[in-house]
Design a protein. Structure first.
Length: 138
């Protein structure tokens, strides 16, 4: 989150979701909580946009067209620019097996849709505090 000027910038959240209405609604929630967001409606778009945007957090659906969220997370986690990025699975799948698979793919958190504002606020607030603390220690 450090912007290179000694201060902190607004936390950046990339939302990767193929359902455009759901992606936009999630974006509005993120914005309402005081964070910046960018939407990617496909894995291809996410791969094109992620390096230029350099998100602090990536919220990702698991059931994406052309590439699963599991595989996209594994691929993005290999990018050195995303070493400090926090990955959140955002899915309708909440069973123990799905949670195990998201952890194995490299996700840090697993949120089950529908998202509740309070849960999203708590999680993003915790992530922001952690990132601010890590940035202050560097």
């Amino acid at each position: 989150m450090a912007d290179g000027s000694g201060g902190n910038s607004v936390m950046r959240v990339m939302i990767i979701e193929d359902n455009e209405a759901l992606a936009q609604t999630t974006g509005w929630l993120v914005e309402m909580l005081g964070y910046d967001y960018r939407l990617a409606l496909s894995p291809k778009q996410a791969l094109e946009d992620v390096k230029g945007y350099r998100p602090d957090v990536i919220m990702m659906d698991l059931g994406l067209p052309g590439m699963s969220g599991y595989d996209l997370c594994r691929l993005l986690r290999q990018e050195s620019e995303l070493a400090d990025t926090v990955f959140i699975a955002q899915t309708g799948w909440g069973e123990a097996e799905h949670r195990r698979l998201t952890a194995e793919a490299g996700f840090h958190h697993h949120l089950v849709k529908p998202l509740y504002l309070e849960a999203l606020q708590d999680l993003l607030g915790t992530i922001e505090k952690t990132l601010n603390k890590a940035g202050a220690e560097k």
